[in-house]
Design a protein around this ligand. Structure first.
Ligand code: PEP
Ligand code: MG
Length: 324
């Protein structure tokens, strides 16, 4: 089977009718890019920049960040690289920031919330990203957006930093797409309003599932409620994809669900444009997608969304894909 996959390393990801979807990888460091290319990744769909900030005793400098982002962009050449701005807080702590303990860290001061308040930290990262943008195909993504105001504020700060750099005579790419993670249900519900202002969405199912089901993604006792195939999740995902397409934008997914064998036919049928997963899942996913008909899967969409439980969804999709 491994040999079968390896043959597809340099092949496009196409469905049985020849429609292309993008298979990208999630990375945490510039060293991960080697594995992405070795596994035939068509892009980086999520570069988690937290690791630059973790495991040290001070914030990374603009220069350190510039080097890391440039390295990833250069290695990927003209392939797209989605860099997510700092998503700290929740389960990921930084000792040197000395943030107060919270009763519910996952519902607290994290990610874009922290970056908008501590814009001194945020601006350094944005400057490093903008400067690195000339080295490849950069897209910038904000994590944990809950309201349109937050997206506008974050984008406003980005624009300010771009203007500053340009006035300092620095070069910045002119065509950087700016998007957001959809991982808080409020944004999936009114995705139509967001779609007018973002360049793309990337659905973060790891958090979207926990917030939709009110089930901590790390708590074993409630893990039975952590249901990727729950129809509620599928409705939210569908809403995001439809909203993006209605505004001529693209929708990707960078949560674990994007690389899941059962989820892939579902997501393909809902019209997802980009799937971002761990590098080692790319070739198996490409093999699977080449044997799936997007048209046929899309024709079941209404029936799929009318299911009542996750079990029904799984049984339905298994039955439909076995016949393909
Ligand atoms: C997600 O929430 O799905 C996601 C990709 O982000 P993280 O796992 O880093 O929270
Ligand atoms: Mg997340």
């Amino acid at each position: 089977q491994k040999q079968e996959w390896a043959k597809l390393k340099d092949e496009a990801t196409v469905t049985s009718e020849g429609e292309h979807v993008e298979l990208a990888a999630n990375i945490g460091t510039p060293e991960d890019v080697e594995g992405v290319l070795a596994n035939g990744g068509e892009g980086v769909g999520l570069y988690r920049t937290e690791f630059l900030y973790m495991g040290k005793n001070q914030l990374p400098t603009e220069e350190e960040q510039y080097d890391a982002y440039s390295s990833v962009l250069k290695q990927m050449g003209d392939k797209p690289v989605v860099v997510r701005t700092l998503d700290i807080g929740g389960d990921k702590e930084l000792d040197y920031l000395d943030l107060p303990d919270e009763m519910n860290p996952f519902l607290g001061f994290r990610a874009i919330r922290l970056c908008l308040e501590r814009d001194d930290i945020f601006r350094v990262q944005l400057r490093a990203l903008l400067r690195a943008s000339v080295h490849g195909n950069l897209k910038i993504m904000f994590p944990m957006i809950a309201t349109l105001d937050e997206f506008r504020q974050a984008k406003g700060i980005l624009d300010e930093e771009r203007e500053k750099l340009l006035s300092e005579g620095m070069e910045v790419a002119g065509d950087i797409e700016v998007g957001m993670m959809v991982e808080i249900p409020s944004t999936a519900v009114i995705a139509r309003q967001f779609a007018k202002e973002v360049d793309f969405f990337s659905i973060g199912t790891n958090d979207l599932i926990q917030y939709t089901m009110a089930a901590d993604r790390m708590n074993e006792r409630v893990s039975y409620l952590y249901q990727p195939y729950n129809p509620a999740i599928l409705h939210l995902v569908n809403n995001v994809i439809e909203a993006a397409h209605a505004e001529g934008k693209w929708a990707g997914m960078c949560g674990e669900m994007a690389g899941d064998e059962i989820a892939i036919p579902i997501l393909l049928g809902l019209g997802l444009d980009e799937f971002s997963m761990s590098a080692t899942s790319i070739l198996p996913a490409r093999t699977q997608i080449r044997n799936l008909s997007k048209k046929e899967l899309a024709s079941f969409k209404k029936e799929l969304l009318s299911m009542g439980t996750a079990e029904e969804v799984v049984a339905f999709i298994k039955e439909k894909t076995e016949s393909q």
